[in-house]
Design a protein around this ligand. Structure first.
Ligand SMILES: NC(=O)c1ccc[n+]([C@@H]2O[C@H](COP(=O)([O-])OP(=O)(O)OC[C@H]3O[C@@H](n4cnc5c(N)ncnc54)[C@H](OP(=O)(O)O)[C@@H]3O)[C@@H](O)[C@H]2O)c1
Length: 313
């Protein structure tokens, strides 16, 4: 496994991180908790040291499962969780006020069964709370020893500039993959220049970049991933399939899974600290972790780039 320093923090994170949205059990169809625990443990055994979770994943369920999985393995993992969005009155509510953050951090620590959160992230911007107030509260939590570092997620360039001017933020978690390259225009260069680590999410576009879907999938009831990742719908679906075909050829050349090509394209982008990859089974976690054992050649990266330009213009 390759490891990189997360921004200006002292955290050395595996280039492949484990995402736990699906194991929350409320958005990606049915999951089995014992299997989820085994998935997290297999990821750790395979060298993944970064586990990303959030209270929003299954209203605390994912955090509880992570807590069970890391018991006895705490020294091997960097636990990243989030605050600022939760279910209230049947809908998702954004609240990054200091009072709310104070309540949330204690609830997350309890669910995770740990004394300190390694990376605490504001999950989505809360435009009703001054950013200074939220970040000052995060700094207080750090100084009090409840969290080690703090970061943000889903911030645009303008908000990121503000966050950096306030100070203390070590990372950004944006959506970034071969299917969603929006951050390359200004956010990624800004983070690189300012030493902000990047935890890329949706690395496989919700599974599309594994190459396992030959036609548009019909997901089981309760699996809502296509509402979050628009590549499952036209016109993006056909383009994604064209791109996957190119990844498939490269994967065949090197005798590796298609998912590895997508994950390594991401881990090899300058400024990306870790590619967060969701997994529902130990086999998926093990396969994804193995992408951290090799890298694409410059020639292969160039081939992906020219295919991308041909397909997406
Ligand atoms: N900050 C945010 O707002 C935000 C938003 C989204 C995600 N995230 C984070 O980023 C993480 C990763 O993104 P994601 O989970 O949404 O999407 P993803 O990593 O692009 O896709 C994960 C899904 O792909 C399938 N998969 C994974 N590995 C596979 C393999 N080797 N072979 C076949 N199928 C495989 C699994 O679903 P199936 O087996 O059911 O197909 C898995 O749940 C999340 O878990 C979460 O921690 C954060």
């Amino acid at each position: 496994m390759r490891y990189k320093r997360l921004g200006k923090s002292s955290l050395e994170v595996s280039v492949v991180g484990l995402g736990t949205w699906a194991i929350g059990g409320d958005f990606w169809g049915k999951v089995d908790d014992d299997r989820s625990i085994a998935t997290i443990q297999r990821a750790i055994d395979c060298g993944i040291n970064l586990i990303d979770t959030a209270p929003a994943y299954g209203i605390g369920h994912a955090e509880r499962i992570v807590g069970k999985a890391v018991k006895g393995r705490r020294d091997k993992v960097i636990i990243a969780t989030k605050c600022g969005i939760f279910k209230g009155g049947g809908r998702m509510v954004r609240d990054s006020s200091p009072e709310s953050i104070r309540k949330e951090v204690d609830a997350s620590l309890t669910r995770l069964g740990i004394d300190v959160i390694d990376l605490y992230q504001i999950h989505w911007p809360d435009y009703d709370t001054p950013l200074e107030d939220s970040l000052n509260e995060m700094a207080k939590l750090r100084d009090a020893g409840k969290i080690r570092y703090f970061g943000v997620s889903n911030f645009d360039k303008e908000l990121m500039e503000k966050a950096v001017s306030i100070g203390g933020v070590v990372s950004l978690q944006p959506q970034y993959s071969l299917l969603q390259r929006g951050i390359e225009k200004d956010l990624l260069p800004f983070c690189r220049e300012n030493g902000i680590g990047i935890l890329a999410y949706g690395s496989l576009g919700g599974g599309i970049l594994t190459g396992k879907f030959k036609e548009r999938p019909k997901f089981e009831e309760g699996d809502n991933r296509e509402n979050f990742y628009p590549f499952f719908r036209e016109p993006l679906w056909s383009k994604a399939m064209e791109l996957v075909e190119v990844l498939r050829q490269i994967a065949a050349e090197v005798d590796k899974p298609v998912a590895h090509v997508a994950i390594n394209w991401l881990t090899q982008q300058d400024g990306v600290s870790t590619a967060l990859v969701g997994a529902k089974t130990p086999e998926q976690a093990e396969q994804n972790a193995a992408a951290g054992e090799w890298e694409l050649s410059q020639e292969q990266l160039d081939a992906i780039e020219s295919a991308y330009k041909r397909i997406y213009g």
